[in-house]
Design a protein around this ligand. Structure first.
Ligand SMILES: Nc1ncnc2c1ncn2[C@@H]1O[C@H](COP(=O)(O)OP(=O)(O)OP(=O)(O)O)[C@@H](O)[C@H]1O
Ligand SMILES: [Mg+2]
Length: 244
């Protein structure tokens, strides 16, 4: 069996210091197979975004094992973590996080260029075409609708062909119809590229589109189940509830 896309074991993380310290992740175990789609749900403040940050190598666990795409992140330097992210992880945020004084094309191409891709601009143009924005590449983020901005952010996340796509409430700032279109695109690209998808959402409909749903409560995995009719990647079972 190939190594899982995500392997977390007993991960703890406290954010903040002194009186504002919060024990956010309290012993999280999480395994995600390659190619699986996982929707993470849970109340506000339960630690969902923090968990994604750990998966992305943007936050370091205080304790426990973190292995992403076969690589242990424990003990990596900041530079090594950045290089790891560039190769393996694409991230999409609720509020798009585009650079306002760069065009759509530059927003996608510049990170590729910094990562050493020689054909960064051609590739960026292709990726923007894939998300339906061929006629918007010279627009600045302020000249794009929310849905279009999120599609630029998706093109940027997908362009390096990451093994794992992480999305934190990717439709949270969009109206229902636009959100559905962005989600359609997200799942279509994931299917086409065989990527692992881990997304956080407050939208039950979006979570239901994932093969597996995980509920987080107070920094712990509270529930973890495959969707009915969808085969577990490694057990071949359906409607399986995994103990947290
Ligand atoms: N830098 C920080 N210092 C201290 N506490 C923090 C810090 N960042 C987050 N927290 C706390 O950690 C908890 C989890 O935050 P997190 O952003 O992961 O929640 P969430 O589940 O994503 O919530 P939401 O659904 O509202 O986005 C919150 O109670 C938050 O106040
Ligand atoms: Mg959050």
């Amino acid at each position: 069996m190939t190594e899982p896309a995500v392997r977390l074991r007993n991960v703890h993380l406290t954010l903040g210091a002194g009186r504002s310290a919060v024990h956010v992740l309290k012993g999280v175990d999480l395994f995600v197979e390659r190619g699986e789609s996982v929707g993470i749900v849970g109340p506000s403040g339960s630690g969902k975004s923090t968990l994604l940050m750990v998966l992305a190598g943007l936050e370091r666990a205080d304790a426990g094992e973190v292995e992403i795409a076969g690589q242990s992140l424990v003990g990596l330097s900041e530079d090594q973590l950045a290089a790891f992210r560039g190769r393996n992880v694409g991230i999409v945020f609720q509020s798009f996080h585009l650079i306002p004084n760069m065009t759509a094309l530059e927003n996608v191409a510049v990170p590729l260029e910094l990562a050493g891709h020689p054909d960064a601009f051609e590739r960026a143009e292709r990726e923007l075409g894939q998300v339906g924005l061929a006629d918007r590449i010279a627009h600045y983020p302020g000249e794009l609708s929310g849905g279009e901005q999120q599609r630029v952010a998706m093109a940027r996340a997908l362009a390096p062909e990451p093994a794992i796509l992480i999305a934190d409430e990717p439709t949270g700032n969009l109206d229902q119809e636009t959100g559905r279109q962005v989600a359609d695109l997200l799942f279509a690209e994931r299917e086409k590229r065989g990527m692992t998808l881990v997304l956080v959402t407050h939208d039950p409909n979006l979570a239901h589109r994932c093969e597996r749903e995980i509920a987080v409560r107070s920094g712990e995995i509270h529930d973890d189940r495959m969707r009915s009719g969808m085969a577990s990647a490694h057990l071949g079972e359906t409607l399986e509830s995994r103990p947290a």
